[in-house]
Design a protein around this ligand. Structure first.
Ligand code: FAD
Ligand code: FES
Length: 252
């Protein structure tokens, strides 16, 4: 893990409110496990703290993230021009573990897709993606995903299943139960909680990527803890022991 200077080579809107940022780094970021993230220094003098973003793609010296504009930092980032300097600390955290056998079911809600994109690329056709988005207008977010079966739920019913991605998954789950499934999920907390409620009686392996606000990203400040069922040391740092956890280890 290194702190690597780089320059923005692309920062364009995929759909309104969502940008894909590609940076040319001064040296390769090295091996990235899907689910790992970087702490990015946004090129704006008023944004002091770095922000965490999942690695969306990393090839040689090129690093890509997909981000949603939600506040001051991401808004400033969306206005950064080509050639603007950035610093990238990473790869950080504990990522997904890919099993040798069985079907891999990936569940992504909204910008949670950014957290599983590299996983999907590594899994290839072994994976099926259950995608939850607001409406058909958000479908271009996955336009660069090839060779993977995608089943989509939209909240407004404008494409695919009308409802939440967990309701959609619930309808399909029966056909995967006997196929030794491992579930991978990334999305809003409500999605993770309702997934847990549904899976509780089945107890299939499920790895989830969770988010907490982060300051250092390095395990030093303990500002990002999540409660787990570990009786001796229940509070785990999302930036160090996570962001990917076994769902059944978390106290949600
Ligand atoms: C490990 C990890 C990976 C992430 N990957 C991505 C990614 O690939 N793409 C992406 O768009 N975002 C990702 N995020 C979330 C991203 O870091 C925040 O959206 C960003 O830091 C917000 O900065 P801001 O200054 O724009 O918002 P702020 O002005 O700081 O906050 C605006 C709003 O966003 C909420 N918020 C801020 N940070 C977080 C957070 N970490 N989790 C949940 N809500 C938050 C605040 O509560 C507030 O409501 C990730 C977060 C973590 C912890
Ligand atoms: S952000 Fe500092 S310990 Fe996790």
């Amino acid at each position: 893990m290194d702190d690597i200077p780089g320059k923005i080579i692309d920062n364009s809107a995929t759909i309104p409110g969502y940008h894909r940022l590609t940076v040319r780094l001064e040296k390769p970021i090295g091996k990235v496990v899907p689910g790992q993230f970087v702490m990015l220094k946004i090129p704006d003098r008023e944004i002091f703290l770095r922000r965490p973003f999942s690695v969306y793609d990393a090839r040689d010296t090129k690093l890509t993230i997909l981000y949603r504009i939600v506040g001051k930092g991401t808004d400033a980032l969306s206005r950064a021009q080509k050639q603007a300097p950035v610093m990238v600390l990473g790869p950080l955290g504990h990522g997904f573990t890919i099993p040798d056998l069985g079907v891999c079911i990936v569940i992504a809600g909204g910008i949670g897709y950014a957290g599983v994109r590299l996983l999907l690329r590594n899994l290839g056709e072994k994976a099926i993606l259950f995608l939850g988005i607001g409406g058909v207008n958000e479908l271009p977010l996955i336009s660069d995903l090839k060779g993977i079966e995608v089943v989509t739920a939209t909240l407004d019913g404008s494409y695919g299943y009308h409802g939440t991605v967990v309701s959609l998954f619930r309808e399909h789950f029966g056909s995967y139960r006997t196929k030794d499934p491992t579930i991978f999920a990334c999305g809003p907390k409500g999605m993770i909680i309702s997934l847990k409620e549904f899976l509780e009686p089945h107890k299939v392996p499920c790895q989830v990527s969770i988010e907490e606000r982060m300051a250092c990203g390095l395990g030093l400040c303990f500002g990002c803890v999540a409660e787990t069922k570990d009786e001796i040391n229940p509070y785990k740092r999302v930036c160090k022991e996570g962001p990917v956890f076994e769902l059944w280890d978390l106290s949600l």
